[in-house]
Ligand binder design. Sequence first.
Ligand code: UD1
Ligand code: CA
Length: 458
Amino acid sequence: MTNIEHLNIVILAAGQGTRMKSSLPKVLHPLAGQALVQHVINASKKLSPEIINVVYGHGGEQVQQYINDPEINWVLQAEQLGTGHAVDQVKDQLKDNQLALILYGDVPLIKVETLTKLLDQAKDGFSLLTVSLDNPQGYGRIVRNSKGLVEKITEEKDASNDVKKIKEVNTGILAVKADLLKNWLGKLDNKNAQEEYYLTDVIAMAVKDGFTIETTQPNDEYEVLGVNNRLQLAELERYYQQEQANKLMAGGITLADPTRIEIRGELIHGQDISIDINTIFEGNVSIGNNVLIGANCIIKDSKIADDVVILPMSILDNTSVGKGSKVGPFARLRPGAVLSENTHIGNFVEIKKSFVGLGSKVNHLTYVGDSMVGKNVNIGAGTITCNYDGANKHQTVIEDNVFVGSATQLVAPVKIGKNATIGAGSTITTDVADDELAITRVKQKNIKGWKRPVKTKK
Ligand code: UD1
Ligand code: CA
């Protein structure tokens, strides 16, 4: 990471975000499943700062509640009077030995490597992150002197036609010694076209005080793009997802279509994994080696071991799938489903808060909840563990080598002993001992020559 000590990060997030047309504050809109400002906080933390300040305004309480992070120092900017005014709200937190880094809550894809470069350059005073844009419209322009040194930043609305032609623009992200910044902030005024206190005015002050403004550029323009509307949000999302897909492929994963996979969190993985289209990964997912994942799966906070096959349309949430297991199609593994090695979980099977032992099979149309299932158990189609009595949940225990016939209800709490057999269509309400056959079905009656009713004519 970086060797910058005494870092003070200020994240500006007080803007209203009116163009989102939303009751949700802009910085809480999700990108890859996380709030925009959370991405900025994540990058900030990787720099090991002494303090992270977030300047909030409109809907700020909602932002605080949602982010709910005791490491953040929340600072209210009651009225939005400009970026300089926003940073000024933090002035009591700016300590003499610190380096201040200004970030934006709505610029989510900034990279730690870029910030590290910027901070290294700022050690002698001041460093700006700039970018050259084919269409610089709307941005503050970087005005340089004949020697190529930065003189000032001029906002679009205050710019002459000549200045408007400059393509190098201010990203807004900058690093500056905190004591210097504090001093310059005190001298800002709002005598400009927008009657705002511009943070960018400190650049001219620094130059006047004899400082050289260093500049650096991000590797990619996307790092410094902000979100002002939902179109821009979608564009950044696509860029981010493409980057994730590229990383996965570089790491040994075959993607049927790199434009049809979503990573909303972190995916840790081995090699020789093949992922078909439209799968969504959420939270923290890990996948071992030699794994196949079919189309249209949703996999959240789960662990998938080596040699697993997840067939299409399966949903996994907080689960663990043991080596050599096969899941789906159309399987739903809910929180607490733990599958041992070589298990088979088939179509229209729901498993919740249950352990399924080595080699056991639950292949069709079944609900297993709050259960302990031993080794080599076979659970027939249409079996239901009736775990809920309307008030409380109860456990079902199915020991090794049990065979449960189809269309069975196991009314919990209930225990089925080793090697026991349950006849199809049974409703089991009391424990079954080892090696027993339990069957509750009504005896079959056959009536010879039965005539079905015929339709009467009217
Ligand atoms: C600002 C820069 C401009 C730069 C551009 C990059 C200034 C004066 N201008 O312009 O040089 O090219 O960003 O996108 O700094 N904010 C507050 N409180 C305020 C005002 C703004 O917290 O009172 C926050 C906003 O939430 C936003 C950020 O600061 O995250 C930038 O504000 P915005 O109004 O978008 O600045 P621009 O006019 O675009
Ligand atoms: Ca802006």
